[in-house]
Design a protein around this ligand. Structure first.
Ligand code: BT5
Length: 322
């Protein structure tokens, strides 16, 4: 049933706006009209609105707003992420991705409606409310040196910021090394984990969390003043399928750039999105904490910060307090 459903769904989506007769669908997929009717009923139970008019046929009028694996596969088309895993609920898509990568050699996309133990860097919690955001992990197999991985986050953060800007028309800003903000509030955090051996990095597991349709009360008190969502900033709902399509396209583009170009080629684009220049901010890395201004981002991704006394500091990853 699932295969029919996916085929029928794809066909109806391709002809969205038009009616397609049951007879036509039956011929197309070489099944009975009853089988078509049953598949349409399944689509309806999964949140699709399908109009059916006598002598005209079927027409999709709206799609579900929850993650549906068939619709996702249709929307992402011939993306490099052909292996997609969609869950209702997981502890963390990052944990699932680590398990799945043992079984598959190709790029993987792991998505869940809710995470019960979503995590940020250094095991900090990541709030992942149901039906509101995008909680996703991507598995990639780059075959690169340990040195090269240092700039991966820089490419990915541009990919995320650009997708947000294109879909929402908002002004996302990158907070080095792994956050995206809108109007000084955090809308996205991502983390990059790697597997490698003595030859270099062979697997990247990149977990991305983006707040999309959250209302203020969807954030608990601990982050209500510091977090934001597309909805809170634009006062309108964003179609998560349109956004994920834009995001994956953008990530594929910048991942290709990461593999083929040095960071300096896109450094000016990065700086244009960056929110940390010309501001005195608090930088914390391990036990080290300073107040200073970022003055340079080197080609290898190292951030150079000048403190109040004029001393230079270099960071490869730090928490920055805005
Ligand atoms: C991050 O960590 O920002 C990386 C978050 C990565 C989340 C994704 S979701 C899919 C995948 N599966 C996972 O389990 N994780 C990844 P960090 O820089 O450590 O920031 C964590 C801090 O952000 C927390 O301590 C909170 O202060 C804040 N925070 C937590 N949830 C948030 C949210 N939904 N929106 C904004 N801020 C949040």
């Amino acid at each position: 049933m699932s295969k029919y459903k996916q085929d029928i769904l794809e066909y109806l989506m391709m002809h969205k706006g038009n009616y397609v007769s049951g007879q036509k669908l039956a011929e197309q997929f070489n099944v009975s009209r009853t089988a078509i009717w049953k598949a349409i009923e399944v689509l309806k139970t999964q949140g699709y609105s399908v109009e059916s008019i006598k002598n005209k046929g079927y027409r999709i009028t709206s799609v579900p707003d929850h993650w549906d694996s068939d619709l996702l596969s249709y929307v992402l088309g011939d993306s490099i992420f052909q292996k997609q895993f969609v869950y209702e609920e997981v502890t963390s898509t990052q944990t699932i991705a680590h398990e799945l990568l043992m079984e598959f050699d190709e790029p993987l996309l792991v998505l869940s409606e809710i995470q019960t133990v979503g995590r940020g860097r250094f095991k900090r919690p990541w709030a992942s409310k149901r039906d509101t955001g995008l909680w996703m992990s991507l598995v990639l197999h780059p075959n690169i040196s340990y040195q090269q991985i240092a700039t991966f986050n820089l490419f990915i953060s541009i990919a995320i910021a650009e997708a947000i800007k294109n879909v929402t028309q908002l002004e996302p800003k990158i907070k080095w090394p792994n956050d995206v903000y809108i109007n000084d509030k955090k809308v996205c955090g991502f983390l990059t984990e790697i597997n490698g051996d003595s030859d270099g990095v062979h697997t990247i597991i990149c977990g991305i969390g983006i707040n999309i349709n959250h209302k203020l009360e969807d954030f608990d008190e601990t982050i209500r003043d510091t977090a934001t969502s597309f909805k809170l900033e634009s006062k309108t709902d964003t179609d998560r399928y349109i956004f994920i399509k834009a995001l994956i396209d953008s990530i594929e583009h910048y991942y290709e750039a990461f593999l083929t170009q040095p960071f300096k080629e896109i450094k000016e684009i990065y700086k244009g999105y960056s929110m940390i220049w010309d501001r005195t901010l608090r930088y914390t890395e391990g036990n080290k904490q300073i107040y200073g201004k970022a003055i340079d981002l080197k080609d290898d991704g190292v951030l150079v910060v000048l403190d109040d006394t004029g001393e230079r500091h270099q960071f490869i990853s730090a928490d920055i307090e805005v």
